[in-house]
Design a binder for this molecule. Sequence first.
Ligand code: UGA
Length: 508
Amino acid sequence: MSEGVSIAVVGSGYVGLVAAACFAEIGHRVVCVDNDEAKVRMLHEGGVPIHEEYLPELLNRHRANRVEFTSDLKAATQGAQAIFIAVGTPQSETGSADLSYVDAVASEIARSIDDYKVIVEKSTVPVYTNEWIRRVLERNGVPQELFDVASNPEFLREGTAVTDFLHPDRIVLGAETERAVTVLRAIYEPLTSGAYYRMHHAVPGARTPDDPPPMLLTTTQAAEIIKHASNAFLATKISFINVVANICEAAGADVQDVARGMGMDSRIGPKFLRAGIGYGGSCFPKDVAAFRHVAEQMNVDFGLLEEVEKINGEQKRRFFQKVRSALWTFRGKKIAALGLAFKGGTDDIRESPALEIVELMLREGALVRAYDPAAAARASEMIPSGPQMQYVDDPYEAAQDADAVVILNDWQEFADLDLERLRAALRYPIVVDGRNLFDPAVMAAQGFTYLSVGRPGANSVAMRARQRVRVLRHTADGCARAKPAKVYLRAAVLDAAFRPRNRGPWHA
Ligand code: UGA
């Protein structure tokens, strides 16, 4: 591996902190700057402010030798060859990205720069932000030979951020001078050469020494657009499958079968076709709005993105209606809410569809007992505990005597629930699953009334048809002797499941 580049990362949020830890992991010397003194102190003392797999290990491994934390932007950037800007770009009132933090950082850098630096934007920003950063430096009298501005968007997902960073699908570099490209290539060389994957302590992932990530070298504008367009496209894929799920529900088909069939086409691909309660988080909602705003500014009609947003809002309301239809009315009903974060594997509750649905249930008078493996502390800052809202440390405690379980995000822990124990805890065995974690037939066999997204209920005509298809699939497989008995057994279990049990008083 190379000797290492001196890097300053400005901002210690999800992107900044993960980038700082990973740059240190691949052999660079990193100073991570944040103006939040309390956070810097916490990081100094060994704390980790976000829930992210491998992050504590990497910070422990490199703290004190290859990664430092400070609130002194001037000192941090003066010693660096490359400065990565990873500050927030929140949504402004107009829907556009608020670039005031990027502006402030660029001005600060301009005041302290005294030798050549590559200034790299890593935050998600609208096209031409590079140009603005350049102008800020020039307006502050910084000569052109002292800096270049480049774009290196990040594609990491919360929850798997470290793995995504170290084992990326691609590394996108928008840089237009040879000297900027040289520094950036040196930074990513341990990944692009495959050297990192040979190291015994390497974080495991999809990349190997023989299959290192490709690097796409392009213009700064193209790199900026790649980031926005990628997030907007993924959000579109999700909204698309959510509408398809609604069609499946009406037609009695299973959206998971449909998504599987679509995803087998290599031009479509199987990922991001999981129907649910809509996308959330700190990126998709904000980036779809910002990209739509960019299009507007450039006089391009991108009405498609408005539809994507509309469908996403509608999907949450539709799911809420589904919960209501299972309970008839919310007033006084005890609901076990499993999931508060915007998805499983993270403690992030920003733009969480789960929280929105909890809020709607509370507004209609439900008594909610909520469990999330990581996000309860953050959620309780938004929705404090009180007579109507309780946070508990265990999913079965949440379910105790509840009128229904509502599944709102996709932690593996929820998919692994002991169904017998869950049913025994509940007052009525009703599960409304916004993430399709369970097989409807299994849930019915366990005695649950189970509603999910875009899938027929286990006792519907469509689900019986699906079982028949399974039977045909097994026999067609040719394992004739053993399979029919199994199939017969399964059919018997299913028939038993079709008989309603434990039905609550509000069922017609
Ligand atoms: C997203 C992108 O996936 C990253 O590539 C990008 O770097 C990041 O935004 C960012 O711009 O910083 P993230 O917000 O962490 O990452 O979350 P995702 O895993 O993409 O999920 C986003 C939302 O879509 C979640 O609410 C998730 O539950 C939902 N989702 C995802 C679905 O409803 N269905 C799917 O099939 C996939």
